[in-house]
Design a protein around this ligand. Structure first.
Ligand SMILES: [Zn+2]
Length: 554
């Protein structure tokens, strides 16, 4: 280690060899399942999560045998509890007709009699549901993507050609920008390379699990064409440098096709009927997502990755922003240098917290109410969605094709990542930490009810509403399954103990979950469920309802 590096680390407060010693003690790697009881307990949650996030579930990627095994476990538990199946044909399962979609490499575009080839002249991002077809569409130069000072007046039926935005744009920001081109026949963005790198052409053909026929933004093409500068010049009929905003180019035709293979996957749904004749037709729903992100392409040393993730996350918590560049590199090198590893290679992203924790919390809540002496007045619906990680597809399908009358659902509670939130996981974290999102976005009364339930607790939780702020860049309100209920005007609350250094990594394992904290927040959500199910009145919706097919804005 160089002297400069040593001093950097001293500033960062790291004693590299001691990183492992500073990390909170992990739980056991394996845990023997014990019979569960009616009470929501750390022990039950531990039993359940060690099963559900076991290596044998292979990271539960949507439409894989590992995920199937996970949902079979949930259904078997529901059967034991005697809850009412609310899926297809009297089962607990609702099949979601997902497909594994890949580009058809034979897709072409034609301009001035010249054929442009996929992978050589252009690529395609099917970000809005899939294929795109345009026939002799007039090309128009739209300038720079994201430039809000120049706006094309009329793009209907035209092919809008754009330079890429100056800054990086995530998918959400991109979609928001593209909304300005509603009605366009096609949208093209000029790539910064003279020739498409082969690796990028191959990557563009990797199949993705998706739900056909569900454009995120109706009125926009199924995706974006990405053209080499050379191909863009052909479309425009002049060098890019001489193009002026709004200038017309040539006429272009294209038939961009997809190849779909069926990849069905299953939501799990169960009901506990309410005891009150007048109120049992009203339903309180709670859900989490059963899928995760599967395997990594290569196995890495688990303990090294864990220590690095922990150290980087602690740096981010302490500094309010992630380490970058040389600082990040120095942390990584120092931590790895100071480690004695057990030599355990790991490629399974177990998804213990994401969202094994939410899934098992919903199961514990279902068990608590199913075994209670007195049933709630209103009915309760318990849901485990598939396909969350590939675009909230399971919850989208369920809310579009609900197995109960949609209007009978008076609220939806959503749980995603409930098992962490320690002081070293997140700023402000600790035993009482809980994040809430969206609780007042449709119903002030629902937000008040959640607060009131906490007010009655002996050990009160500390609510963090940071991510619920209007226009927050993380846009969490639009990014989890509750939004698919909210878009139909059903009030929601999203509960989470927040992101952490093991998010979407092979270090998101049951051994790192904080079970007492997990049990405490699960009990709290069950109390909110009980309150909603037994209250005299349902929460009043006093905010405007969104367009179910519109774009979500936080
Ligand atoms: Zn999640």
């Amino acid at each position: 280690m160089s002297v400069a590096l040593r001093s950097t680390l001293a500033v960062l407060g790291f004693a590299p060899a001691l990183v492992a010693a500073q990390m909170p003690a992990a739980g056991p790697l394996k845990h023997e399942a014990k019979p569960t009881s009616a009470a929501i307990s750390a022990q039950d949650l531990m039993t359940r999560l060690y099963v559900f996030a076991d290596d044998s579930m292979q990271g539960r990627a949507t439409a894989t045998p590992g995920h199937d095994k996970g949902v079979e476990y949930i259904a078997a538990e529901l059967r034991k509890l005697g809850l009412k199946p609310m899926g297809d044909n009297g089962t607990y399962f609702q099949t979601v007709p997902l497909v594994r979609r890949a580009m058809d490499p034979a897709s072409t575009m034609t301009v001035d009699g010249q054929v442009l080839a996929f992978g050589t002249d252009f690529l395609y991002q099917a970000i809005n549901g899939g294929p795109t077809k345009f026939d002799n569409a007039a090309v128009v130069w739209g300038g720079q993507l994201g430039d809000t000072t120049n706006i094309l007046a009329d793009v209907s039926g035209r092919f809008v050609l754009l330079r890429p935005s100056l800054g990086a744009m995530n998918q959400r920001a991109l979609m928001a920008q593209l909304g300005r081109y509603t009605g366009a026949a096609g949208i093209g963005i000029v790539l910064p390379f003279p020739a498409i790198p082969p690796a990028q052409a191959r990557a563009a053909q990797v199949p993705r699990v998706t739900l056909p026929g569900a454009p995120m933004m109706p009125g926009l093409p199924g995706g974006i064409v990405q053209l080499t500068a050379g191909a863009a010049v052909k479309l425009l009929g002049m060098p890019l440098d001489s193009a002026k905003f709004g200038m017309a180019g040539k006429a272009v035709s294209g038939d961009i096709r997809m190849k779909d293979e069926p990849a069905p996957s299953r939501n799990v749904i169960a009901m506990l009927e309410g005891r009150d004749k007048a109120l049992k037709g009203q339903i309180v729903s709670v859900g989490g997502h059963s899928d995760h992100v599967g395997l990594t392409p290569t196995a890495v040393d688990h303990d090294s990755l864990k220590a690095v993730n922990w150290a980087l996350n602690r740096h981010a918590v302490e500094n309010g922003k992630p380490a970058a560049g040389p600082v990040r590199d120095s942390i990584v090198r120092a931590v790895v240098a100071g480690l004695k590893s057990s030599g355990r290679r790991d490629s399974i992203r177990n998804g213990a917290d994401d969202d094994g924790s939410g899934s098992m919390a919903v199961l514990e809540i279902a068990e608590a109410f199913a075994k209670a002496k007195q049933k709630p007045k209103r009915s309760m619906l318990f849901l485990w969605y598939t396909g969350e990680e590939v675009g909230l597809l399971g919850s989208r399908h369920y809310t579009d094709h609900p197995t109960v009358p949609r209007d009978s659902v008076i609220a939806n509670l959503n749980i995603d990542m409930l098992g962490r939130g320690r002081t070293d996981d997140i700023k402000g974290g600790g035993d009482a930490y809980l994040q809430l999102v969206g609780s007042r976005r449709l119903s002030t009364q629902l937000g008040d009810l959640v607060e009131a339930v906490n007010g009655r607790r002996k050990a009160k939780l500390t609510f963090d509403y940071t991510l619920d702020a209007d226009g927050h860049p993380e846009n969490i309100y639009c990014r989890s399954d509750h939004y698919n209920w909210a878009r139909y005007g059903i009030p929601v609350t999203f509960f989470t103990t927040g992101l952490h250094g093991d998010y979407h990594q092979s270090t998101d394992e049951p051994q790192y979950i904080d079970y007492p904290h997990f049990a405490s927040v699960t009990q709290f959500i069950a109390d909110v469920m009980g309150e909603l199910a037994n209250a005299k009145d349902k929460p009043v919706v006093d905010k405007p309802k969104p367009d179910p097919n519109g774009t979500c804005r936080q």
